[in-house]
Design a protein around this ligand. Structure first.
Ligand SMILES: [Zn+2]
Length: 229
């Protein structure tokens, strides 16, 4: 049981392999001017597309790689180089794209957010894998955001005052607002799961305890326990 790539992912990977082959052809032989013009356009559009897809999944290394390709190949402000330099660049981009296509196909497909937010069981292929526990997705960031907002509201119930101070930036936080994480109260813009979810996702993937040792597990449990609507 493995997370097989969806038809969409397969189509994306196949299109990329085709472009990778064209790049390798360009690196190895001398083609017509028109061939290179079309290849440039295809590579720029493809790199922008992949940078956006990588962004959706929080793959920062790949976002930079594709952004660099898009800049290098863009037909609007063309970069002038010797033919043999282009050939080695084409070769490296072809290899990069082949590796990426393989990675994209074999990469575990993230779950649909609704499934886990509802607290229902994960699909079998993920549930029987130990790695599933460590898989962190945007839905977890959302869960932490919901959970820490809840903690803040609970904390406000015991407060007489109407305004508190953000522990990070010292700006005022109004009653019932903000996010409480451990003993820290943060305003909406300082609490990254709310203000910058993809940034928070990256931090959480690097260190699942980033927002506190038990915060992720507590937040998942909290969101899972809420009644379905
Ligand atoms: Zn703040």
């Amino acid at each position: 049981m493995r997370g097989y790539a969806s038809p969409e992912r397969r189509a994306e990977a196949i299109a990329s392999v085709v472009v990778a082959i064209l790049l390798l052809v360009a690196a190895e032989s001398k083609e017509s001017y028109g061939f290179y013009v079309v290849l440039r356009l295809v590579c720029t559009a493809g790199a922008v597309y992949w940078a956006l897809r990588a962004y959706q999944e929080g793959l920062w290394g790949w976002i930079w790689a594709f952004a660099t390709v898009a800049l290098l190949m863009n037909p609007f402000i063309p970069i002038r180089m010797q033919r043999k330099d282009w050939q080695s660049i084409d070769l490296w981009m072809g290899v990069l794209l082949l590796s990426w296509s393989g990675y994209w196909l074999l990469r575990r497909v993230p779950q649909a957010p609704a499934e886990r937010a509802d607290g229902t069981d994960a699909p079998g292929e993920l549930a029987d894998s130990k790695a599933a526990d460590h898989q962190i997705e945007l839905v977890d960031v959302k869960a932490i955001s919901v959970y820490c907002r809840h903690l803040a509201k609970e904390w406000w119930k015991g407060e007489q005052r109407q305004v508190a101070i953000c522990d990070t930036c010292n700006s005022p936080v109004l009653c019932d607002d903000g996010f409480l994480n451990d003993t820290y109260l943060q305003c909406d813009s300082c609490f990254t799961p709310s203000s910058a979810p993809s940034e928070a996702l990256q931090e959480l993937r690097e260190d699942p305890d980033y927002f506190g040792e038990t915060t992720l597990a507590d937040a998942r449990r909290f969101v899972g326990m809420r009644p379905r609507h």
